[in-house]
Design a protein around this ligand. Structure first.
Ligand code: NAP
Length: 252
């Protein structure tokens, strides 16, 4: 019996794979056997991630992508179609924050976050679905949302709106393309240890952990494991869902 978590023979695109959670997702999918396209704006960093995956025995390539730019998105997919002829897994991970209280939030800040975190998901997913349907691939689409999109967070109205938006988007798309065998899901992380949280003081980290049922911040590996599950054969009958990976920060 083949291992149900094996992604052998699958082509996986991970957006925002040049660092942080996206880098870990790219490594995780590659270690499960997928050929990974690690896409981001910074080619030096995306190239280093692809090289590290190859050093570890996996298969990956770096690709240039600005998710908010339609011409960049179509160019990426032209390249994927030419080089690989198909796409099995899309992980929409690229995302930014630009925090501020509503009364001081500029329209530029609102537009910047929405164009990357929501419109970017629309642009990339649309191209991915076209390619999956053309090749009759029972594909997997996983978008990295946030619990902030489910519970709100003061100072993040733009980010929360975008992350709530990807939930409605994914649920609608799951209904549209379920008959094609393509699943569409969201992973919603809570507080994850990143360069940003590493800068917090011990007291601040303890206060954050105190709000989390499991008593600790999450790791990028925690998120990558949930993405791998949804991308694997184990999740064949799971679509239109939001997988809350917050250690119990959010228990609805
Ligand atoms: P990060 O370290 O800042 O990494 C963000 C990634 O997105 C980078 O690889 C960046 O690469 C890429 N990116 C940004 N804008 C892009 C664009 N326009 N086009 C293509 N790529 C772009 O962030 P992270 O903490 O790993 O977060 C990853 C995802 O998890 C995001 O969607 C975030 O909202 C979500 N999340 C994070 C946390 C957390 O605690 N860290 C919690 C919940 C959800 P380039 O700059 O090279 O393009």
């Amino acid at each position: 019996m083949t291992h149900v978590l094996s992604l052998e023979g699958k082509i996986a695109l991970v957006t925002g794979a040049s660092q942080g959670i996206g880098e870990t997702i790219a490594r995780r999918l590659a270690s499960a056997g997928a050929t990974v396209v690690a896409a981001a704006r910074n080619q030096e960093k995306a190239g280093a991630v692809a090289a590290a995956i190859a050093d570890a025995g996996g298969t990956a390539e770096a690709a240039s992508l600005d998710v908010s730019d339609p011409s960049s998105v179509t160019a990426l997919f032209k390249g994927i179609a030419e080089r690989h002829g198909r796409l099995d897994i899309l992980v929409n991970n690229a995302g930014i924050t630009d925090d501020g209280l509503l009364l001081r939030m500029s329209k530029e800040s609102w537009d910047r976050v929405l164009s990357t975190d929501l419109t970017g998901v629309f642009l990339v997913t649309q191209e991915a679905v076209k390619l999956m349907m053309k090749k009759r691939v029972a594909g997997r689409i996983v978008t990295v949302g946030s619990v902030v999109g489910l519970m709100g967070n003061a100072g993040q109205a733009n980010y929360a709106a975008a992350k709530a938006g990807v939930v409605g988007f994914s649920m609608s798309l799951a209904r549209e393309i379920g008959s094609r065998g393509i699943t569409v899901n969201v992973v919603a992380p809570g507080y994850i240890e990143t360069a940003m949280t590493a800068a917090l003081s011990e007291d601040q980290t303890r206060a954050l952990a105190g709000r989390i049922a499991l008593g600790r911040l999450g790791t990028a590996e925690d998120v990558a494991g949930a993405v791998l599950y949804l991308a694997s054969d184990l999740a064949s009958y799971v679509t239109g869902t939001v997988l809350n990976v917050s250690g119990g920060l959010l228990i609805p």
